[in-house]
Write a protein that binds this ligand. Sequence first.
Ligand code: NDP
Ligand code: 2IT
Length: 445
Amino acid sequence: MNLEKIMNDLEKKNPGQVEYLQAVREVLESIEEVYNENPQFESANIIERLIEPDRIYTFKICWVDDSGKVRVNRAYRIQFNNAIGPYKGGLRFHPSVNLSILKFLGFEQIFKNSLTTLPMGGAKGGSDFDPKGKSNAEIMRFCQAFMLELWKVIGPETDVPAGDIGVGGREIGYLYGMYKKLAGENSGVLTGKGLNWGGSLIRPEATGFGAVYFAKEMLKTKGETVEGKTVAISGFGNVAWGAAIKATELGAKVVTISGPDGYIYDPAGISGDKIEYMLELRASNQDIVKPYSYEFPGTNFHQGKHPWEVKCDIALPCATQNELVKADAQNLIKNGVICVAEGANMPCTPEAVELFLEGKILFAPGKAVNAGGVATSGLEMSQNAMKLTWPIKEVDDRLHQIMQSIHQSCVKYGKGKDGYVNYVKGANVAGFLKVANSMLDQGVI
Ligand code: NDP
Ligand code: 2IT
C-alpha cells in the first residue's frame, strides 16, 4: 500500500475535509500490514473502493419558524458501504455539520458496524440545523421537512437511520411519524424509537452502557475493575448519561460532565438524583452544566476548560470529535490515568492518541467503545422484523456479549509482542477484514 499517495490523491479529491482525511489516515495506517499480506485486496482495489462513498444525497430543507420566518438548512445522507448489510448510521443536527464531518462519521461507521457482529453497512446523515433554543413545534416542523426528502432513499432493508448529536428520542419520533405517513408502512425504518411504537428497551442508554462494559474488559486485561475508580466524563448527552449511570452502578465515582462552555467538577460524585435533575433540564431543552453548579453545593463550574485536567483513573470523552487534545492527554497521563475509552466518535486528536499509545495507557477508539449504540439499534431491527419485544435482560445480555466480542476482536488483531493491546489497530483490522472479504465475495459492483 502506498499510503502517502493514497492520502495525497484523497486530499486532492476532497480538499479541506480535515476530519474525513484524519479518519481515513488512521484506518489505513492500522491496516497497512494486513493489507500488504493479502494481495487479493490490492487486486480488487479495495482501498479506493472503500474510501469513496457509494452515494451522497444533499438536499435543502425549508421550514417556517415560530415567528413566521422561512428558514433554509442544508442536509445530507451519505450511504457509504453496504457490503455486510443495509446502510446504517445516525443523523446529526448541529451547526457544525458539513460533508467532511459526515464522511468521517460514515466511514468510521462501516468498521464499527462490522465489529458489532450484526449485518449492518455504514452510513451517516444530518443537517447544519441548530436545535439549541428551538421550540418543540420548530423541532417538529424541521424533522418533518427533513423526512419529506429523506424518505425517498431509506427503507428497512436499504438504509436505517438513527440518532446522534442533536437527535434523540423526540426527533426520531417526529421523523418516524412523517416517514410512516409518506411511505404508508410501519416497518421500523428508524432506530431509537419510543418503546410504545417499536423501540427497543435499553437503546437510549446502550451507547454509554456499552462503553463502560468495554472499559471493564480493558481493565480486566490488567487485573483491574471499574469498582472504586474515579471517572471523568465529557458532554452530557445521550452517550454521557448512560455511561455515568453504568459506571456508578459498577461502583465507580463520576466526577465531571461538560458542555461546550466548560465543565463541572463534583467531588462527591455525579449519580442518582443529580442525573435525574440533568435529564429533566435536558428534556426541556435547557442548559445543564451551569445550573448544576448552582443546584448542588460543593461543585465547581470551570469556564472554558476541559475536564481532562481533573485527576481520574478512567477518562470517557463522550461529547464530540477532536475535543481531547495533546495537552489534555499530557494532563491525564501526568495524573495517572489508567484507561481512556472513547464514548464519542474520534474525540481524541491523533497527537493525543499517539501519547496514549506511547505511554502504553489502555486506550480504545470510538468505533469499538461506542459500538453498543448501533449494536442495540441492530437488536431493535431484529425485534421489529420478528414483531417481538425482548425484555431488558435479554437486550442487556446481548449488548454485554457484543461488547465482549468486540473486545476479543481488538485483542486478537491488536496485541503486540510485548503484550500491549493497540485497540486502534485491533478495531480497524478486525472491522476492515470482514468488510473487505465481503466485498471480494460479492465482486466488483
Ligand atoms: P448529544 O447531542 O446527546 O450530546 C452531545 C453532548 O456533547 C452534549 O452534552 C453537548 O453539550 C456536548 N457538546 C457538543 N459539542 C461540544 C463541544 N464542542 N465541546 C464540549 N461539549 C460539547 O449527542 P450524543 O451523546 O448522541 O453524541 C455524543 C458523541 O457520541 C458524538 O460523537 C456521537 O457521534 C457519538 N455517538 C452517539 C451515539 C448515539 O447512539 N447517540 C452512538 C455512538 C456514538 P450541549 O448540549 O450543551 O451542546
Ligand atoms: O455513531 C453512532 O454509532 C450512532 N450515532 C448510532 C447509530 C445507529 O444507527 O444507532
